[in-house]
Design a protein around this ligand. Structure first.
Ligand code: P1T
Length: 383
């Protein structure tokens, strides 16, 4: 099966008892057993496993070309479980320097207390990654495109170096989605997702996923998924399963609209800088073309003017809602410096270019003309 067929048909045969075409929401916490520890269909308790979640996990595995999929209650739940499952005190992790603020916070404020250290590295140059490796380095966690600067890392090059040093590579594929980029096919060990974003796609479920090929890592993750308990409930699993059926068509539209808006913004007199991998001006444009099927639906831009101008711009937008998160059918706008990346140190933000005038857009699938007029009108009103 190819991508869209997997999304719609993987593990989704009509129900043999009722003929129901769509997977039911198995809204139950527990399952009757024939005899103690003799289960009817392999399920005993919904934290450990639930039939709706099983279908979601199989589809996620299929879409990322993995052998094992694991669903979680959030992207952070997925990342926490990954680190708890495969790391121990004394291990060192190389983390991308430009990652979601919550990812940085987990390594900086939580895992350090358990003896897991982290270095933060600009992954756009594989030499930086190589230089950060120590004998204790066990894993790397990176995003490409990154949040929010949309930097691109050369996955094949990084994975090659990681393999030479027995380092586990975990690629946060949230921004790209498996439709646009396949880390496991490039040799990564783990694809990580906040399914809250494009995979569910409708801004109504918080969720996460880990997908991988390796059976030994999968066994450790399965054990910790249950032991730590950051699992999604049946309704969340079902909504995500429903949302992801349209992932391919949504991504096509997100990319088309984002490309047009990025080009429009780049030529706008009130915009200082636009960060979008689909623009020729993007420093890793050629790499993005090689590595991805399309540059995605996220755009960051730096406005001319100051924080006050930026606030005026935000107030004058009509269809771009000021809100955290991304990847839904509706367009969102946010200021990473004070919202999604507030947990970074001011020095880190400055180094990365996350200033008060940096604006991040999640381009939805509304009409292109309406979105373009909305941005243009708000830019004009701001100045
Ligand atoms: O929010 P949650 O489902 O727990 O996922 C965390 C996460 C992980 N990885 C990436 C790349 C992310 O962007 C996120 C969450 N990000 C936002 C909420 C945001 O607005 O950037």
């Amino acid at each position: 099966m190819k991508f869209s067929t997997i999304a719609i048909h993987e593990a989704q045969e009509p129900d043999p008892v009722t003929g129901a075409v769509i997977t039911p929401i198995y809204q139950t916490t527990t399952f009757a057993q024939h005899a103690p520890a003799d289960m009817i269909a392999g399920y005993d308790y919904s934290r450990s496993g639930n039939p709706t979640r099983t279908v979601l996990e199989k589809v996620l595995a299929g879409l990322e070309s993995g052998a094992h999929g694991f669903a979680f209650a959030s992207g952070m739940g997925a990342l926490t479980t990954l680190t708890m499952a495969l790391l121990k005190a004394g291990d060192h992790v190389i983390v991308g320097d430009d990652v979601y603020g919550g990812t940085f916070r987990l390594f900086d404020k939580v895992l350090g207390r358990f003896g897991i250290s982290a270095s933060y590295v600009d992954m756009t140059d594989p030499a930086n990654f190589r230089a950060a490796i120590t004998p204790q380095t066990k894993m790397t966690v990176l995003e490409t495109p990154t949040n929010p600067m949309l930097k691109i890392a050369d996955l094949a090059a990084l994975i090659k170096i990681a393999k030479e040093h027995n380092i586990i590579t975990a690629v946060d594929n949230t921004f790209a989605t498996p439709y646009l980029q396949k880390p496991l096919d490039l040799g990564a060990d783990i694809a990580l997702h906040s399914t809250t974003k494009y995979i569910n796609g409708h801004s109504d479920v918080v969720g996460g996923a880990l997908i991988l090929k390796d059976d030994t890592y999968a066994a450790a993750i399965r054990f910790h998924q249950n032991a730590l308990g950051a699992t999604p409930d049946p309704l969340a699993s079902w909504l995500t399963l429903r949302g992801l059926k349209t992932l391919a068509v949504r991504m096509e539209q997100h990319v088309r609209t984002a490309q047009a808006l990025a080009e429009f913004l780049e030529g706008h007199e009130k915009v200082q800088e636009v960060f979008y991998p689909g623009l020729k001006s993007h420093p890793q444009h050629e790499l993005a073309k090689r590595q991805m099927r399309g540059p995605g639906g996220m755009i960051s831009l730096r406005l001319k003017g100051d924080a006050a101008t930026t606030n005026k711009f935000l107030k004058n937008l009509r269809y771009f809602t000021l809100a955290e998160s991304l990847g839904g059918i509706e367009s969102l706008v946010e200021i990473p410096a004070v919202m999604t990346h507030a947990s970074l140190t001011p020095e880190n933000r400055e180094k990365l270019g996350i200033t008060d005038t940096l604006v991040r857009l999640s381009v939805g699938i509304e009409d292109l003309e309406d979105l373009r007029e909305d941005l243009d009108g708000a830019l004009k009103a701001a100045f």
